[in-house]
Design a protein around this ligand. Structure first.
Ligand code: MEV
Length: 324
C-alpha cells in the first residue's frame, strides 16, 4: 500500500463576477498554469507535520489529537484545519506529513491557500482509500476555507478541484464547465498585495448601508456574467472585452478599485485592448485585459509603463491531479 502521494492543483483567476458571487450570484473563473504541489505521507507517529517554505513554515508539528486547538501559525491554518475536517467527517485518523511547494507567490492573489487545501483533501482521499468524488472534495475544502477565514464564495476551491473555466454560483450549487478556446488574456500584477477579507468586509458595509443600491449593482453584474458566458464560449473577444469594461465600472462603484489598478486598466484600453478589469478582490492584486493578438505587445508595454508587472499565465488548465 502506498503511504505517500503528490497532488498538484491550479491557481485561479476571476474573469467576471467577483464580490457579487459572495452573495450567491454567478461568476466566471478560470484555472491557471501556476500550480501548487503537495507531497502527503501517512506516518505512524500520531502528529501532523507541515513544511511549507513558500509561506516560511518549516517543521511545524502538532499532535493529531490537538488539531485545530490553540494558536495556529498563519501558514499552517488551512492545511491543519483541512486535515482535522477530513478526519472528523470520515472518522479516520493517522499521522500525516505535508510538504507543499508553490509555483507562484502567495502575494499574486492566485489562491494559494485554497489550492493547498484541495491538495491535502485529494491526497488524503487517495491515501486513506476514501475515493471522494470531486463534489465531496469541494464541499469539505470549502468548509475549511469558511472555518479559517469566515468568508468566501468558494469559487477558488472549485477552480482548484475542477480546473478549466467554470460558471460558479451559490456556494457550489452550480459548477458548470465552459468550453472555451484560447483566451487572448493579458494578466498583470499591480505590485500591491490585497487583503480579500478586508475588501469583502468593505463591500458588506456598503451593502448594509444601502442594500437596494448594492443589490442593483449585483443584479447588473449578474447580467454581465450571463452575457460573458455566451461571448467567451463563442470566442467573441470584442464583446467579452466590452463586458469586462462594464464589470469594472460596477466594481468601481463597489469602491474596490484603486488609482493604480485604474491606471493599468486605462493604459491597456488606450493601447488597443478590447477591455480590461481588475480580477479578484480589488485593492491590488492583478488586472486582466483582453486584446487582439496583434496588440499583445503594445498592450503589455502600456501596462508596464503604468507600473504593472505583466505575468505569463496559461489559463483553462486541468484541475487537481495526482503527480505521483
Ligand atoms: C476574491 O478573489 C473574490 C471575491 O469575490 C471573494 C470570493 O469570491 O470569495 C471578492
Amino acid at each position: 500500500m502506498s503511504k505517500s502521494t503528490t497532488i498538484s492543483t491550479p491557481g485561479k483567476l476571476m474573469l467576471f463576477g467577483e464580490h457579487s458571487v459572495v452573495y450567491g450570484n454567478p461568476c466566471i473563473v478560470t484555472a491557471v498554469g501556476q500550480r501548487m504541489q503537495a507531497k502527503v505521507t501517512l506516518s505512524g507517529d500520531g502528529t501532523l507535520q507541515i513544511d511549507a517554505p513558500d509561506v516560511h513554515l518549516e517543521e511545524y508539528r502538532k499532535e493529531v489529537s490537538d488539531l485545530g486547538i490553540g494558536d495556529i501559525p498563519k501558514g499552517a491554518k488551512f492545511v491543519e484545519v483541512a486535515v482535522k475536517n477530513l478526519f472528523e467527517k470520515y472518522s479516520v485518523s493517522s499521522g500525516v506529513h505535508v510538504s507543499t511547494q508553490s509555483q507562484f507567490s502567495s502575494k499574486l492573489g492566485f489562491g494559494s491557500s485554497s489550492a493547498s487545501t484541495v491538495c491535502v483533501m485529494k491526497a488524503l482521499s487517495v491515501l486513506m482509500h476514501l475515493d471522494l468524488p470531486n463534489k465531496e472534495i469541494f464541499d469539505i475544502a470549502y468548509k475549511t476555507v469558511l472555518d479559517v477565514q469566515g468568508k468566501g464564495s468558494g469559487f477558488d476551491i472549485a477552480a482548484a478541484v475542477y480546473g478549466g473555466t467554470l460558471l460558479y454560483q451559490n456556494g457550489g450549487e452550480v459548477i458548470e464547465s465552459l468550453e472555451i478556446a484560447d483566451i487572448p488574456l493579458i494578466v498583470a500584477y499591480s505590485g500591491v498585495k490585497a487583503d480579500t477579507v478586508t475588501l469583502v468586509n468593505g463591500v458588506a458595509a456598503l451593502h448594509e448601508k444601502d442594500s437596494q443600491k448594492i443589490n442593483g449593482i449585483f443584479e447588473e453584474i449578474t447580467q454581465i456574467v450571463g452575457k460573458a458566458k455566451e461571448a467567451l464560449q463563442d470566442s467573441d473577444w470584442k464583446t467579452s472585452g466590452a463586458l469586462m469594461n462594464e464589470n469594472q465600472e460596477l466594481l468601481t462603484q463597489l469602491e474596490v478599485s484603486t488609482p493604480k489598478l485604474d491606471a493599468m486598466i486605462s493604459a491597456a484600453r488606450g493601447a488597443g485592448a478590447y477591455g480590461a478589469k481588475l480580477s479578484g478582490a480589488g485593492g491590488g492584486d492583478c488586472i486582466i485585459a483582453l486584446a487582439p493578438k496583434d496588440k499583445t505587445d503594445e498592450v503589455s508595454k502600456a501596462i508596464t509603463q503604468a507600473g504593472g508587472e505583466v505575468l505569463t499565465v496559461i489559463v483553462n488548465v486541468t484541475g487537481a491531479k495526482i503527480v505521483e
